[in-house]
Every structure is written in structure tokens, then in C-alpha cells.
Write a protein that binds this ligand. Structure first.
Ligand code: NAD
Length: 637
């Protein structure tokens, strides 16, 4: 292949990009060739290190070659792009974890795909012409190739700024932002490469490095942090538009060229990644959720059309910049199930106990992501195709992880007493049921005594979230147990918050569901009142869902049939989330409130109403939103 030279020179595995006429943009074939060479050299004792450089003085690598992606994507072939990105990300991952030093020389432009091969090695060298950037939002993608890892780790809010503006970093800024390690004057690079080849020793790199002048972005950090700390794209744009300054004007101009959906997703990606459990694997997985959908649901094809096909530079993005719906962001970043990025790791062995409304779809998502799931339920039934055990102990024996999704604390205690002795030391028990804090703590203590990790991780999101893999997990337990559970949370959900020690997840859940019970009652009451005032339910929804009365119960789970997104109300109030489960949760919150001496009058009233509904008014077996027909049928007491 003439686009790339791969050889061994002295002690060095040598990779030289040779497409200078195309700014060394990386083709799929180049990506495959680099991976094959890296694989071969990993166990070749003749190769002590790898040196990656590029011909020409304008660019190390200006990105991935996107023309081919456009051609296949516009014909409806999305699989080609998905394979391109998955294989590229696997290479990026390999470079990051390479067992030998990888030294890259980054002259001129290093952008997008160039960052993926140039900025994950152990020694990343920049010089006076270096300009590094993540410009993906300009073509309807998000910063990818593992770039979101560096962006999430960059100081302050520099990551959000770089990811949404595509601003270029010079040598000083690239080192400041964590995209490069060493500044070495470029006229010294040829001799340095020769020394690396001759010695196979990277000591010469640190010896040759000097401190670069601080870059302009470093000087702008106060402005960057002030404007980019917002929770969403809209927040960031609002503060920028409110300020009359060169920084705000320049930043808005840069952002004005980019896809709003991409920028909103890039910001959400960084917010989700930032934190103590950040890994490259997590970053690549999240990036791939977007890129795998980018052609079909994102702005990618339109972005390429405007940039390199028609070259009109006026893309017709799907959304206005202040108007990207949160649901569109969630849709792009939802787990991919069986299409999830596979970096070559092996699946875990998982036992899943309790395969009801919630447990069954959660177990299916884990199996589809490549894990070996064995299920158990007292009913003896499970999802089609899933291996089933004859007892809870059998489902737990020899598994890396055991997950329980059960009706209540008593059942959890009984199941835990059976499975913990069957579990291997070092395995982890994740209980996703909603139970009382005491049961969660008792099970955690029992697991601890048996050398088994334990996380109480109740969920929010309902059966829709369980099926769509978009649950929120609120977790309690040790950091080690949480980290063991986290890759599975990433598959079953879109967010996991480590709330504290054992029982903290249940505490968060109880508080959340007390709010949920109260707001569902308030929403149903308001619809019943609206009916009696002659107000059309749809009009009521249109107003409240975008006014200060909005809530999850109104906007996402509307109790009025035919109004808002599809919910159990549209299915005759078949659960969903059964009224008796809400009664259970409200009981748990009042039990906890009593023990903690907390005054919770609304929670108390909600408990009384749900008790009456379930025990005396036929609410048992109906969804908890069936409170609406209950109110409609009544007058004032
Ligand atoms: P479910 O009743 O549909 O499922 C519970 C399952 O556990 C059933 O299939 C049952 O047969 C099984 N089970 C009972 N005892 C068992 C035992 N000893 N061994 C093995 N299996 C046993 O309930 P669900 O809606 O799936 O809820 C499960 C948990 O999730 C509850 O704690 C609930 O509060 C919580 N939750 C539910 C929702 C929701 O929307 N449904 C939302 C958030 C949290």
C-alpha cells in the first residue's frame, strides 16, 4: 500500500503515513494495516518501541477519510460506517494500552481520526507547526476516537470548549489540555527518530523536550470556565449571548458552524464521563453509541454534504441551537444492546434472579451485549432463548455477577440467604429491587462476611427504561463493588450514581419515589379538575408540559389516555408500574421517615391515598397512573 509505510527499522516498529496530498487522512485500509502491524509487534522481541510519523509538513493526519462513508450512507448502508468506526476505535484502544512505548510526531494538523492514532500513545510529541483539534461537531459527529477521554480530563471546562468549537491547540495548549506530552523543535525530529530506531530506548525523548510557551487557550481559561460550566448547550449559548466580548463573539461564531445535536450530545457525553470511574473503554462506548446512529438519526450525512460534497458550507441541521430536545440527546446516547462496541474483551458470567416486568428486559439487554446470562424466577419462566437455572443458588454458582430484581425486602433477604453462600469469593451481588434500607444493609453485611461484593442499586425509568436500556441506577456500596457493577449499569441504563455506602441507593430511591407518588396524584387531580372545568386534556397537556407544572408524570408518563407519549394509560392502565408497588415504595418512605424523625406530610397523604386505592377501590393490578379514573369518578368528599 502506498498510503502508508510499515516496517521495522533497528529496534523500532515504524509507521509512516504517506498521503500528504490528502493531509494524510486515514482510510479504512490504513487503519487495518496499522492494527495488523501493532498486533504483530506486540509480541516481537525485536521491536522495543513503535514510532508513528507522517510525510509532508502540513499535517500528521487531518482525520478519517469520510468521502467513502458518505457514499455508503446515502445509499442506506449504515453498516459500513459502523464497521469503520468500530474497527478504528479498537485500534485507538490498542494504541492506548500498548505494552511497549508508542512515540508519535505530530506536525501540522492532527484532527479527529489523527488524534485517535497520534494522541493515545505513551510519548506524544508536538512542535511549532502543531495544531490539534476535535472538529467532529462540524460534520454532525461528536468528538470520538477516544478524544472524549482527553476532553473529559482536560482542566476546567476546556473539554466542552474544544469539543463544541473545534478550536485548534498549539503545542503549549495541546500539552496543557492533555493531548500531547512533549514539545521538541521540529528540526530535531529526524535525528531523534534515528536515535529511537538505533537504541530502542525512549529516554532520548524526555532528554530532548523543552517547555513550550503557554498557549492562548490556557490564557482564556477564566472565560472558558465561566461560559462552559452550564448543564446543557442551551445554558452555554445563553451566557455567551448575554456577553458583549471578543471571546463570546468568536466562540459563538465557531459554534454557529456546528451541528446543534452534535454539540448537545458532546456536552452530555463529557458530563457523563467526567468522574472517578472514567476509562477509555467507557469513553469509546459512549462515542460509539452516537457514531453508530449518526448516519441514520444524526446530522452526519448532511454535515459531509455541506462540507465536502456540495461544499456550500450551509448545512441544514435537524435542530436549532437552543432547541435540541433532551429526548433527541438520549436517543443518540442510549445503549446499543447487541450492537454495542466490542473492543475484544470477553463477556461476564451473570446470574439474573427475578425475571418479571423489569428483570426480564434488563437480562435480555445484558445477554444481547455479549454476556453469558443464566436466569431464575420462581415462576420457572424467563425470556425466550435465555438459559434458565433450576434454583436461585444454581443461577448464582460460579457467576462473576449476580443480579436480583425482586418484589420486596423479605423476598430479597430469603433469596440472598440462598445465593450468597453459593457465590464465589470476589464475585459481586447487585440488587436492583426497591426495598427498605435495613434489608439492603443486612444483605450487604452478609455478602461482606462471605467475601462477596454487594451493591444496592434500585432503578428509575420503569419498564420502558428497562427495555430501552435507559434506566437510572442509584447505588450504595463500596467503590470496588460499584466499579465491578458499572459496566453492566452502562448496558442496562444511561446513568449510574454512586450515592454512598450500603443502603444509600435505597435511600435515594425512596426519596425519588415519594416525589413520584405525590406528583402522580397531583397530575391526576389536575386532569380531573380540568375535566370538570371543561378544559380539553390535550390543551392542558400542551400547556403544563411546557410550563412550571411540568413533571415526569405529565411529560413522560401522562395518566390521560391518548395524551402525550404512549404510556400505560393507553393500554387500559395495565402496569407499567403497579399501584401496589407504588404503595410499597410510599410505605418504605414513611417507614424511613418515621425512623429518621422526618416530617413528610405529602408523602404521608400519598401513602394513605394509594392504600385506599389498592386495598378498597380495585386499584390492585392496575398501573399507578390509574389514579386518574379514580379521581374522575368522584366528587368532593
Ligand atoms: P414483577 O412482580 O413483575 O417481578 C418480580 C419477579 O420476581 C416476578 O417474576 C416473580 O416471580 C419473581 N420472584 C418473586 N419471588 C422470587 C424468588 N423467591 N425467587 C426468584 N424470583 C422471584 O415486578 P417488577 O415490576 O419487575 O419490579 C421488580 C422490582 O423493581 C420491585 O422491587 C419494584 O419496586 C422495582 N421497580 C419496578 C418498576 C416498574 O416500573 N415496574 C420501576 C422501578 C423499580
Amino acid at each position: 500500500m502506498t498510503d502508508i509505510s510499515i516496517r521495522i527499522t533497528g529496534h523500532a516498529g515504524r509507521i509512516t503515513l504517506q498521503r500528504a496530498h490528502a493531509l494524510n487522512a486515514m482510510t479504512y485500509e490504513m487503519c487495518v494495516a496499522i492494527e495488523a502491524a501493532m498486533d504483530a509487534w506486540a509480541n516481537d522481541s525485536a521491536v522495543k518501541l513503535v514510532v508513528i510519523d507522517a510525510e509532508g509538513d502540513r499535517a500528521f493526519c487531518s482525520g478519517g477519510d469520510i468521502a467513502e462513508l458518505y457514499e455508503t450512507g446515502t445509499k442506506g448502508d449504515f453498516a459500513y460506517g459502523q464497521k469503520f468506526w468500530a474497527d478504528e476505535y479498537r485500534l485507538n484502544h490498542k494504541i492506548f494500552h500498548y505494552p511497549k512505548p508508542v512515540v508519535s510526531f505530530l506536525q501540522g494538523f492532527t484532527m479527529g481520526g489523527g488524534v485517535g492514532i497520534g494522541c493515545h500513545g505513551s510519548h506524544r510529541i508536538v512542535g511549532d507547526t502543531s495544531q490539534i483539534a476535535m472538529p467532529e461537531c462540524g460534520i454532525g459527529l461528536v468528538p470520538d476516537v477516544g478524544g472524549s477521554l482527553m476532553l473529559a480530563l482536560a482542566p476546567g471546562r476546556l473539554g466542552e470548549y474544544l469539543g463544541t468549537t473545534a478550536a485548534r491547540m498549539n503545542a503549549g495548549d495541546a500539552i496543557f489540555a492533555g493531548f500531547a506530552d512533549h514539545y521538541i523543535a521540529e528540526d530535531r525530529w529526524p535525528a531523534l527518530i534515528t536515535t529511537l530506531e538505533q537504541t530502542g530506548d525512549v529516554a532520548c525523548v524526555t532528554d530532548a523536550a523543552t517547555a513550550p510557551a503557554p498557549g492562548p487557550l490556557q490564557a482564556a481559561m477564566a472565560d472558558i470556565d465561566r461560559h462552559f460550566h452550564g448543564a446543557s448547550l442551551s445554558d452555554i449559548l445563553t451566557t455567551l449571548r448575554a456577553e458583549d466580548s471578543d471571546f463570546a463573539r468568536d466562540t459563538l461564531k465557531r459554534m454557529g458552524r456546528n451541528s446543534p445535536l452534535s454539540m448537545a450530545c458532546a456536552i452530555e457525553t463529557l458530563h457523563r464521563l467526567r468522574g472517578p470511574s472514567l476509562t477509555l473503554e467507557k469513553a469509546l462506548d459512549l462515542e460509539y453509541r452516537f457514531t453508530a446512529r449518526a448516519m441514520e438519526h444524526g446530522d452526519f450525512l448532511e454535515g459531509i454534504r455541506a462540507a465536502i460534497i456540495d461544499k456550500d458550507r450551509s448545512p441544514n441541521w435537524q435542530y436549532a441551537d437552543q432547541n435540541v430536545p433532551p429526548t433527541a440527546i438520549s436517543k443518540m446516547l442510549m445503549p446499543l444492546g447487541k450492537l454495542a462496541l466490542n473492543l475484544g474483551g470477553t463477556g461476564m458470567k451473570i446470574g439474573f434472579i427475578g425475571l418479571g416486568n423489569m428483570g426480564a428486559p434488563m437480562a435480555v439487554n445484558l445477554a444481547q451485549a455479549g454476556h453469558a446470562v443464566t436466569g431464575f424466577d420462581v415462576t420457572g419462566t424467563g425470556p425466550a432463548g435465555m438459559a434458565m437455572a433450576a434454583s436461585a443458588a444454581e443461577a448464582a454458582a460460579g457467576r462473576d455477577i449476580v443480579i436480583t430484581m425482586l418484589p420486596n425486602g423479605d423476598i430479597l433477604r430469603a433469596v440472598a440467604a440462598e445465593v450468597i453462600p453459593a457465590m464465589s469469593q470476589g464475585a459481586t451481588l447487585i440488587d436492583c429491587s426497591t426495598v427498605d434500607v435495613d434489608s439492603a444493609r443486612a444483605v450487604a453485611a452478609q455478602a461482606d462476611a462471605a467475601g462477596v461484593g454487594c451493591v444496592d442499586a434500585p432503578v428509575s425509568g420503569g419498564i420502558g427504561g428497562a427495555a430501552g436500556g435507559s434506566l437510572t441506577f442509584m447505588a450504595g456500596g463500596s467503590t470496588a463493588a460499584f466499579e465491578a457493577a458499572e459496566p453492566l449499569f452502562d448496558i442496562m441504563g444511561q446513568k449510574a450514581v454512586h450515592c454512598g455506602d450500603a443502603g444509600a441507593g435505597q435511600a435515594a430511591k425512596i426519596c425519588n419515589n415519594m416525589i413520584l407518588g405525590v406528583t402522580m396524584i397531583a397530575t391526576c387531580e389536575a386532569f380531573a379538575l380540568a375535566d370538570k372545568l371543561g378544559l380539553d386534556r390535550q390543551k392542558m397537556f400542551d400547556v403544563v408540559s411546557t410550563s412550571s407544572g411540568y413533571s415526569w408524570t405529565m411529560n413522560a408518563y401522562c395518566p390521560a389516555p391518548g395524551v402525550g407519549p404512549t404510556s400505560p394509560a393507553d393500554n387500559g392502565y395495565t402496569p407499567g408500574f403497579a399501584a401496589e408497588l407504588m404503595l410499597k415504595d410510599l410505605g418504605l418512605s414513611q417507614q424511613a421517615a418515621e425512623a429518621a424523625d422526618a416530617d413528610t406530610p405529602m408523602g404521608q397523604a400519598a401513602l394513605a391515598l394509594y392504600r385506599q386505592f389498592v386495598e378498597d377501590e380495585g386499584g390492585k393490578g392496575k398501573d399507578f397512573s390509574a389514579m386518574l379514573p379514580r379521581f374522575v369518578d368522584r366528587g368532593r368528599p
